[in-house]
Design a protein around this ligand. Sequence first.
Ligand code: FAD
Ligand code: EPU
Length: 336
Amino acid sequence: MIEHNISLKPYNTFGIDVKALAFGRFGSLEELKVLLNERNREIPLLILGGGSNILLTKDLPFFVLRNEILGIETIHETDEEVIMKVGSGVEWHAFVRHTVEQGLGGIENMSLIPGSVGASPMQNIGAYGAEIKDTFVSLEALHIDSLELHTFNKEQCAFGYRESVFKRALKDQYVIVSVSYRLTKHPKINTSYGAIQSEMEAMGVQEATVDTVSQAVMNIRRSKLPDPKVLGNAGSFFKNPVVSKAVFEPLQQQYPDAPHYPQESGDEKLAAGWLIEKAGWKGKRVGDCGVHEKQALVLVNYGGATGSEIYDLSTAIIEDIQTKFGVTLEREVNIL
Ligand code: FAD
Ligand code: EPU
């Protein structure tokens, strides 16, 4: 069924109240094909998962298609590993817990990331020392114009830091319908990032397992990141900027305590949250939006903000960071 002039407020974690010209849901590849066949081709499409990485700045003259394809299937199993093919509408965290509860390793550090499995390859989601590219096997995606189903392997997805081919060369051309992940039966526990180790000590954990890592990550995330059900947000609003040595070295001399992460290319990744905090934005409120008081990389909607007010706040932050540090921040959230 296609509905018209539907409020998207329940479908985006910023809680922005804009309307979609047309709205439909699909629970299978067949339903998706029917909707795509019947659609008015002059109206642009927006594929929606959990709406946790978008900022809606205006009413959308779009046909919004909400993905509800479910199902988790084991398609390969040996003594060493399991490959699971997951419907793209499955909630990412539900899939993570499904693997962790079976003692399978690979994605436990990415516990509690909101959104759908189908969006996970879009920006190669990552957290606490892991990215999906490390366990990704392949995905199936429907080509919107030809309605052909194509399989993409890891190389074809061109994953990078918060990047994939689906945000670049193939933007708006495909609907991802399933993603396959490789999980190991012999997990290598990774507690090197941030506070995982100290959180597990505080939890009284004697022997780390995928489940204790998952629980520790959930505890840390709950302590810093706002729950979108309580305070609208889309996680990190900006990417952490990767800068050349020429930009980095004078900054490091001036701010020796600035967190930085050396990259294979010789460049340095800076912590945008640190820059934004240092520039005095942390906890700042402008109208009904602001910068989260516990994580300066997260912009929040106190309830009544419009998408364009949040966008304007992000522009003011970008300009200020450019002036103060000579560093250009790039938005991570998809702006519509
Ligand atoms: P949506 O917001 O619905 O869509 C995002 C983009 O992908 C849109 O362009 C949409 O058109 C496209 N898209 C979605 N599904 C499909 C599909 N099936 N086929 C084709 N295109 C599709 N991200 C991280 O990487 N790491 C984190 O630690 C993290 N923490 C977060 C914490 C909070 C509190 C919040 C609110 C967000 C966080 N995010 C994080 C961002 C977000 O959770 C991820 O980007 C997630 O993958 C988005 O999933 P979604 O289903 O909500 O995508
Ligand atoms: N920092 C500050 N002030 C702040 C926030 C951070 O000084 O207000 C400093 C921290 O002290 C730390 C460094 O910045 O030294 C990094 O902070 P943190 O570990 O909290 O992570 P982040 O770089 O801010 C990234 C991801 C998150 C992911 C976490 C954990 C990006 C854009 N963000 O945030 O992903 O959960 O690491 O791995 O890469 C998302 O993409 O939406 C997201 C939440």
